[in-house]
Structures are given as C-alpha cells and as structure tokens.
Ligand binder design. Structure first.
Ligand SMILES: C[S@@+](CC[C@H](N)C(=O)[O-])C[C@H]1O[C@@H](n2cnc3c(N)ncnc32)[C@H](O)[C@@H]1O
Length: 237
C-alpha cells in the first residue's frame, strides 16, 4: 500500500538506522521491556511442546528470542512490514541458534495468509501505531483468524484516555524517567513529538471492545509501566 508523504510511515520509521539502535532505545523508552518479555513466558507455558507461535510486528525478534530460549521445540513466524527489522530479526535468530525454527513474512500482518493456524500470537508495541479504528480492527481480526480457537494472544501497547488527568500524569512521569537516562533535550523533544503525533492512544475499554469485535475474549491486563499496558486474551470464535 502506498504511504502518503508527511504522514507517519512504519517502514520509514523502522528503517535500517532505527533497527540498529532499536535494542538500546526501546529499553530507555520502556524501562521494564525485558521484564515484559519474561512475563510473557508464564502466560504461554501450558502450550504444547511443539507449539507454533506468530510474532506480529516481530521487530528485531525480542519475543522470538526470549520464548525460543525457554521452549526449545516451538516454531515461530516473524511478520513485520519493515525489511530492515526483519533482517535484524533474522540475524538475531541465527546468532541464537534458532535459524531452523523461524520463518519470515515481510509485509503487513493484515496481508499474511498462512495455511495452518497458530497456538499463540504476540503483538508487542505494534498496534498503537495503527491510526484508524478500521485498520486496528482488521489487524486484530487477522491475528484472531490466524489462531486456533482457544489460542492465546499476548498484546502490549501504549494506551490510555488522552483526555483524562491520569494520562497527563503518566505521560509526564514517563518522559521524566526517560530523561533520567541522559537523553539530550533535542532527543527528548523529538521523542515527545513522536509519541504525541504518531501513537494512536485508545482507552482500555476501547481496546477491549476492538479485541472482542475481532473474536477475542475480554482481555486481562497483566502488566503496566507508565502508559505501556500488557493484556492476555483468547480467540473465542
Ligand atoms: C516497536 S516495534 C516492536 C517490535 C517487537 N515486537 C518488540 O517487542 O520489540 C513495532 C514493529 O511493528 C512493525 N509493524 C507495524 N505495523 C505493522 C503491521 N501492520 N504489520 C506487521 N508489522 C508491523 C514495525 O515495522 C516494527 O518493526
């Protein structure tokens, strides 16, 4: 799909230069990034020993590398619209000795049409970049259609009701914590603008409604750090 100039482009944003820096920057941005990925393990540990797992918006492969180390017979498909992030993910999987267990699809998750259904899927820090409700809905719908009935989704995203006083409190505290890492004023201004302009915040109730419409059970929140939330839901139909 052609992207309009001047609007936020995921592939332009997650290009080669960001793919290289992503591992460091995301940990400054989300101080519990590694803890979140570790917490995913406990939600998925009842899956079969040879489970198939879809990593939607795989990025540089954090979910795949973490889960792959704990579950040595699971197979993964990494789907990502950015060729640079997919390349970085491939290199990490190879370095982790997982090359045989990971397949790749470079494109939008909404266009990915696998022939077999997955036991579980993760979507970590992806759907907050999808601006229109219809696009979010079809993204979640694509995940649910690619899962077995009863299959588990681990979702994590920035969220919140922008008009609420809690939102402003959490945003300010989050950016103060980010600034503590010695981030330059220039970087701070640029990143605040990126969040305000490019992230599509939805309230938890709206997110739950979107997931239910897409065929998931009501999501259960198991994680929160500032405006980052994490939920677990199952495909019900
Ligand atoms: C912030 S990164 C998160 C990567 C990884 N899940 C993590 O936890 O570090 C978001 C990724 O989602 C990808 N992405 C965004 N929209 C997508 C879509 N519709 N389909 C597939 N990938 C998408 C981006 O290219 C980017 O690599």
């Amino acid at each position: 799909m052609k992207e309009k100039s001047g609007t936020f482009s995921v592939t332009r944003h997650f290009d080669e230069s960001l793919a290289a820096k992503y591992e460091r920057r995301i940990r400054l941005f989300c101080p519990s990034y590694d803890a979140l990925h570790q917490m995913v393990i406990s939600w998925l540990q009842d899956l079969p020993a040879t489970a198939d797992v879809l990593s939607a918006g795989a990025g540089t492969g954090a979910e795949i590398i973490t889960l792959g180390a704990s579950f040595p017979f699971w197979r993964f498909v990494a789907v990502d619209v950015s060729p640079d992030m997919i390349r970085a993910c491939q290199a990490r999987a190879r370095d982790a000795g997982m090359a045989e267990r990971v397949a790749y699809y470079n494109g939008r998750l909404q266009d990915y049409k696998p022939t077999t259904a997955f036991d579980a899927a993760s979507s970590i820090f992806v759907s907050h970049f999808l601006k229109e409700r219809d696009v979010k809905r079809s993204y979640f719908r694509s995940i649910s259609e690619n899962l077995k009935v009863g299959g588990v989704l681990v979702l994590a995203d920035l969220f919140g009701d922008k008009d609420s006083p809690e939102f402003k409190n959490l945003l300010d505290a989050w950016l103060r914590s980010y600034a503590l890492h010695g981030v330059s004023d220039e970087e701070l201004i640029r990143d605040r603008m990126h969040v305000e302009r490019d992230v599509d915040f939805v309230s938890e109730s709206e997110l739950a409604a979107l997931l239910c419409e897409a065929g998931f059970s009501r999501p259960l929140r198991f994680y929160q750090t500032y405006l980052f939330g994490g939920w677990i839901a199952r495909r019900v139909a």
